[in-house]
Design a protein around this ligand. Structure first.
Ligand code: ADP
Length: 418
């Protein structure tokens, strides 16, 4: 798919370049030809005036410098009204017969024309004037063969340079199209992986539900109360799927925030205390001591909903991965630049090699254990994007068997980054 798009972009760029090249050549030719013919005509007119006055030295400067035309030179024939040559200055004798045949068309008004005599091109100016009581017709010729071949040379050289340029630019355009498509491709691959991982994660609970339903079908004659085990398995898996789906939605929203999230100043101290109290029944149920070391009077400018979600993810993990009898502590303090939230536990700990990876989507250190505790592998990824979107960062100190300490640093100044 990306190869096709790349080909199309390269083709499109090449076509645009060709169109520009042709336009440039056509414009250049039109301008050069127009200015040469205007200045040529004015040069011939000046020559005619000089011939009429008998002073051939006094040709004026034309529109374009007449030097070009002076170098090309001129030839002229002066005819009387009977068609006899009065005076002439020609190097090509064919001009006489050609000039004579053109006399018939002359109606006494000044006119310019171009003609081909033999294999040579000419520009011709015809004018009539009175001299010694006679009406004379003057034809001034300029050989434009060189002028035309110079224009043809320019066109062919420009075409050759343009073609060579295109040959160089096509691979360059191919390369640049590849470079500009790279981030889109990477994003696309990430999305594909995300969808594949999400489908895989959803398939597991569905398989468990299907298996339990099959078991229940075989026990259709039995009482529901005798089969609560299968029903509670289905119930648990439905819960897992529900959590997974809402976390998938959160992940997608965090990735591309549709609208700018609402921010306000709120008491971080109160939020931490509230969240700890909310988690206390769960800690009690798991026989884990949950303590808080929350400094008073700390406020924060941000989205309270997101920060609440962040606190719950870390506390939930700490309670999930700490065995009964363990200790979980939530600490809140502040320094000059940031607000510091610490989640410490003396639970399982995280091996060094996994410490970076646990923030990736769907990564779990112990897959089976995490699944058994209802883990989706998305929690820390969500927490990480909340912290990054707030300009903060997360530090982790952990040792397997001893416990973990996640430290979240949030900048006090909303526009700053840590
Ligand atoms: P899950 O939903 O599986 O908990 P998370 O993204 O929240 O997913 O966490 C990723 C993995 O990091 C977990 O599966 C677990 O292995 C590990 N982990 C997270 N927090 C802790 C912790 N406090 N102690 C030990 N391991 C943890």
């Amino acid at each position: 798919m990306f190869r096709d798009i790349r080909k199309k972009i390269t083709l499109f760029n090449t076509l645009i370049l060709i169109a520009f090249l042709i336009l440039f050549i056509v414009l250049l030719c039109v301008v050069v030809q127009w200015s040469l013919s205007t200045s040529g005509e004015s040069y011939l007119k000046n020559v005619a005036a000089s011939v009429e006055s008998g002073n051939l030295q006094s040709q004026n400067e034309g529109f374009l410098s007449t030097t070009v035309h002076e170098q090309m030179g001129y030839e002229y024939i002066e005819w009387d009204d009977k068609g006899s040559v009065v005076s002439q200055q020609i190097s090509n004798s064919d001009l006489i017969s050609e000039g004579y045949s053109l006399l018939a068309d002359s109606d006494g008004t000044d006119r310019y024309e171009t003609l081909k005599i033999g294999d040579r091109d000419y520009r011709l100016y015809t004018t009539a004037f009175d001299k010694d009581g006679k009406t004379l017709t003057l034809q001034v010729f300029q050989d434009t063969t060189t002028e035309n071949s110079v224009i043809s040379y320019i066109i062919s050289y420009l075409l050759m340079i343009g073609a060579a340029g295109l040959l160089l630019l096509i691979p360059l355009s191919w390369f640049l199209a590849g470079r500009s498509l790279r981030p889109i491709r990477e994003n696309f691959e990430l999305q594909k992986k995300f969808i594949a991982d999400a489908s895989h994660e959803l398939r597991t609970p569905i398989t468990v539900i299907q298996t339990n339903v099959e078991v229940l079908k075989m026990k259709e004659d039995e009482h529901i109360s005798d089969n609560m085990e299968w029903l509670s398995n289905i119930d648990n898996e439905c819960d897992t799927m529900g959590t997974l789906i809402s976390e998938l939605l959160t992940t997608a929203q965090n990735e591309k925030p549709e609208k700018k999230e609402e921010r306000l100043r709120f008491s971080m101290t109160d939020l931490c205390v509230e969240t700890v109290e909310l988690m206390r029944p769960l800690a009690r149920e798991k026989d884990i001591r949950l303590e808080s070391a929350v400094a008073s009077g700390i406020t924060y400018f941000g989205n309270p909903g997101k920060i609440r979600q962040l606190l719950r993810i870390f506390l939930d993990n700490a309670l999930k991965y700490t065995p009964a009898g363990g200790l979980v502590v939530l600490g809140l303090s502040e320094n000059k630049r940031s607000i510091v939230i610490k989640f410490s536990d003396n639970g399982l700990g995280i091996p060094e090699k996994d410490q970076q990876k646990i923030f990736s989507r769907f990564y779990r250190v112990d897959d089976a254990r995490s699944r058994a505790t209802g883990g989706t592998g998305l929690g820390l990824n969500i927490a990480d994007s909340i912290v990054r979107n707030s300009g903060g960062k997360i530090k982790l100190d952990s040792e397997p068997g001893k416990g973990s300490c996640f430290t979240v640093l949030l900048p006090k100044n909303a526009n700053q980054k840590i």
